[in-house]
Ligand binder design. Structure first.
Ligand SMILES: NC(=O)c1ccc[n+]([C@@H]2O[C@H](COP(=O)([O-])OP(=O)(O)OC[C@H]3O[C@@H](n4cnc5c(N)ncnc54)[C@H](O)[C@@H]3O)[C@@H](O)[C@H]2O)c1
Length: 268
């Protein structure tokens, strides 16, 4: 039980990666605050944990809104007294081409993906610093590491990585670790709109993944738990790509290089 006696707050805990993280944390002993914009989804996650004999409460919050976040933090502290682990996971991915989306789409991505980390962390960090311990895991994306489209979302995800580094360096001496995971394509409801238009999307994407499949929410939850746990007690400020090898290289390119090299040998 890596998280016995730990109190965790997971934003976006009502779906996908956040929900899988809540379930795993609860199974390893943590008490969970499940926070989400969608009350009924947060409630479902908390109920499932309670049904399995764990401890969880659900809170409704908009992580892009300072007043809402303040209420969420107060609710979490009222329920559990303190928060030892924070997972900044809530997110959306809106708009694709910067020449076609409007300013409000840019602002929305930046607010929900990046500003939220600032808003939530500034509520939860002070308690961690007072106790001299705590772990924060932010959920960025491979979009924050390289160009794969969705410019507003990607820029916000890249910002999360630098914010993680700054927080890690600033608060490390006071016992708080801050890391970030960068998932590749993960089969969750965030893809629902794309899947509706392109039902074979995950099969198409598979060819880019050296490990031969897209990710599942549990793959990311496992990495989040590692970084949140004492197993990672000497790791801070790191961006961990959890992406089936996607950002390590391009399988098609490798195949072409090898084929070309083979041809050159044959003809020489
Ligand atoms: N699924 C992927 O392929 C993938 C890849 C890389 C990164 N990510 C990131 O992982 C995180 C989780 O995404 P997911 O795939 O589980 O998606 P999801 O849509 O299944 O879950 C996201 C959750 O965040 C909540 N949320 C959205 N806006 C919110 C707000 N303003 N305040 C509070 N909650 C809000 C949603 O209600 C939802 O429950 C996101 O940050 C996403 O960008 C996902």
């Amino acid at each position: 039980m890596r998280f016995a006696d730990k109190r965790a707050l997971v934003t976006g805990g009502g779906s996908g990666i956040g929900r899988a993280t809540c379930y795993r944390l609860a199974r390893e002993g943590a008490q969970i605050v499940v926070a989400d914009l969608r009350a009924e989804r947060a409630q479902e996650t908390a109920q499932q944990i309670t049904d399995e004999g764990g401890h969880a409460i659900a809170l409704t919050a908009d992580v892009s809104d300072a007043t809402s976040v303040e209420g969420m933090a107060q609710g979490a502290l009222d329920a559990f007294g303190a928060i030892d682990l924070l997972v900044n996971n809530a997110g959306i991915a809106e708009g694709d081409d910067l020449l076609t989306f409007d300013e409000s789409t840019w602002d929305l991505n930046l607010a929900v993906v990046l500003k939220s980390v600032y808003l939530v962390s500034r509520q939860i960090l002070p308690g961690m610093l007072e106790r001299g311990s705590g772990a924060i895991v932010n959920v960025s994306s491979v979009n924050g590491l390289t160009a794969v489209g969705q410019e507003a979302y990607s820029a916000a995800k890249a910002g999360m990585i630098n914010l993680t580094q700054n927080m890690a360096v600033k608060y490390g001496p006071q016992g708080v670790r801050v890391n970030v995971v960068c998932p590749g394509s993960v089969r969750t409801p965030i893809w629902d709109g794309i899947v509706a238009e392109n039902p074979q999307i995950f099969e198409k994407l598979t060819r880019w993944y050296p490990l031969g499949r897209v990710g599942e929410a549990e793959d990311i939850a496992a990495a989040i738990l590692f970084l949140a746990s004492d197993d990672a007690s000497w790791i801070t400020g790191q961006a961990l790509a959890v992406d089936g090898g996607l950002t390590a290289g391009i399988p098609g390119l490798l195949a072409d290089v090898n084929t070309d090299a083979g041809k050159e040998k044959e003809t020489s």
